[in-house]
Ligand binder design. Structure first.
Ligand SMILES: [Zn+2]
Ligand SMILES: [Zn+2]
Length: 337
């Protein structure tokens, strides 16, 4: 089969690999795989878990080509999305149900080979049927939406919450989409107007272009100094944390999803003065079934996030373009047919 391998930073090549064996795991013929921020960090050599060579890709939609005997109801011909995470079940976080924080977690496309290939072996219990009605364009956004779903669960989003999302990349937009669908009043900010245009199509309450106005200033003016009840950091920029702390109201919650490379400085007094809650959010727990359930309805708009599609043979082009054009690519994906 054909597979795309990161050879070294800035070098991804299509190579020939053996098909996965038909054993205890199911074999999925890949239909489409999304390119995530993590994949781009593998590509540019800035990902701390990276080792080369590696087949990347963890946002996978496919058709089950072979299914072993299983209790998950998976059979040949099913269209599925893949839960890319394998946890040990034994470490302290796993024993407390925090399998998303497993200390020896294996993620497809990161610690083990992933879905930028024609076929992949996955245990049946990590496959989720989308049903035949769901478009591939929608299904390929399932995995990123599980990350956003976990973050909104962490934050405990409720109807009428005043929500601020910093960053209109895939995850920020997915958070905005989920929170809006829950009846929250969502303001989303970004430096790139193209991304805010997608947020408008999602039906968020308000979009703010922070290339022209500072976040803290905007929030002070817009809320009369009160701030937002639930704030999400989805930029990955350590400098934005200070603005998030400025922007949260007393008693409010900040949920950090972006990978903040570097130290962050906060005013210690704000912690008690505002009695704020700062939460990290990583991966997801049992989020695939609820996200697929939501995707079957009409309240979410995941396909609007898929801005670029490429045939698998053009994966090199897909990475080059996505890497160089963060302004206009929200989600790019490669398709195998
Ligand atoms: Zn991802
Ligand atoms: Zn574990």
């Amino acid at each position: 089969m054909k597979a795309a391998e990161y050879k070294k930073p800035f070098d991804i090549e299509i190579v020939e690999r053996d098909d996965p064996p038909r054993g205890k795991a199911a074999v999925v013929r890949v239909i489409a795989t999304g390119i995530c921020g993590g994949d781009l960090h593998f590509y540019d050599g800035t990902f701390s878990y990276a080792s080369y060579p590696r087949i990347g890709g963890h946002e996978i939609v496919g058709e089950v080509e072979y299914a072993p005997d299983n209790k998950s109801g998976i059979s040949r011909g099913d269209i599925v999305v893949v839960d890319p995470m394998e946890h040990c079940g034994k470490c302290v976080p796993c024993r407390h149900g925090k399998t998303n924080c497993c200390t020896s977690i294996h993620v497809l496309g990161v610690q083990v080979d992933g879905g930028f290939c024609e076929r992949i072996a996955v245990p049946p219990e990590r496959l989720y049927k989308t049903g035949s009605e769901m478009s591939v364009e929608r299904a390929v956004l399932c995995e990123p939406y599980t990350i956003a779903y976990h973050a909104t669960e962490r934050a405990g989003i409720e109807k009428d919450d005043e929500v601020l999302v910093a960053g209109a990349g895939t995850i920020g937009l997915a958070v905005a989409d989920l929170a809006t669908a829950s009846g929250a009043k969502v303001t989303i900010v970004d430096r790139f107007s193209q991304k805010l245009n997608v947020a408008k199509q999602l039906g968020v309450f308000e979009t703010v272009d922070t290339s022209t106005v500072g976040l803290s200033d905007f929030v002070r003016e817009r809320t009369g100094g009160e701030g937002f009840y639930k704030v999400f950091e989805a930029t990955g920029n350590p400098n934005v944390i200070a603005s998030c702390i400025d922007s949260v109201c007393p008693g409010g919650t900040i949920t950090v999803i972006g990978l903040l490379a570097g130290s962050v400085t906060i005013n210690g007094l704000d912690l008690t003065r505002k009695e704020m809650t700062i939460l990290g959010s990583r991966n997801s727990i049992s989020a695939f079934s609820p996200v697929i359930g939501l995707f079957k309805g009409r309240s979410l708009h995941p396909e609007l996030l898929l801005t670029h599609r490429y045939p698998f043979v053009d994966i090199k082009k897909a990475f080059e373009y996505t890497f160089k054009n963060p302004k206009d690519v929200i989600k790019a994906a490669v398709f195998f047919q």
